[in-house]
Design a protein around this ligand. Structure first.
Ligand code: SME
Length: 160
């Protein structure tokens, strides 16, 4: 059972705690969907000021909506389209300080102002992307890039 805890005002501490508990919610005996469902819940608990967090799964041709927390979202994203599609196509984490400043952004929740998308690779192949949206501009920076890239590495090592 998840142990409820009071979050710190220090984001770095909350992120460290999230990475510490994460392995307890990852298992190679469970399906990827099951593991990612719990990871989306963990991120939603430990990360403040976000309005959407979830995964798009790569099926070999497009990204399809996977486990998430937040409002209903678009179900299919082609590679190269939107921030998720660019992360998937380039293999690079995308940090967008202001989603209104770029043309290639797919709006699912009008509250979203900034975004981070981290691609997930297993044995050299794209399997999914992690997408997190915030209702405030410039919510994600170097700390978040490092944290969510570490989180994604743990997902790959402990559950895929
Ligand atoms: N913003 C994403 C689309 C997915 S929603 O934010 C959940 C994008 O442009 O890739």
């Amino acid at each position: 059972m998840f142990e409820y805890e009071v979050l710190s005002k220090d984001r770095a501490k909350n992120y460290s705690r999230m990475l510490e508990v994460l392995p307890h919610y990852l298992s190679k005996d469970d399906t990827m969907i099951t593991n990612l469902a719990n990871v989306s819940a963990l991120i939603n608990f430990y990360v403040d000021a976000i309005n959407w967090v979830g995964f798009y799964i790569y099926d070999g041709s497009i990204l399809t909506l996977g486990p998430f927390q937040g409002l209903p979202a678009c179900t299919r994203i082609e590679l190269g389209r939107g921030v998720c599609g660019v992360a998937a196509k380039t293999g690079e984490t995308q940090v967008v300080e202001d989603v209104h400043s770029i043309e290639n952004h797919i709006t699912c929740d009008a509250a979203s102002q900034s975004e981070i998308v981290v691609p997930i690779y297993h044995k050299g192949s794209l399997v999914a992307v992690l997408d997190i949206d915030s209702p405030i501009k410039k919510r994600f920076g170097t700390l978040e890039k490092e944290t969510f890239e570490a989180l994604v590495r743990a997902i790959v090592d402990k559950s895929l």
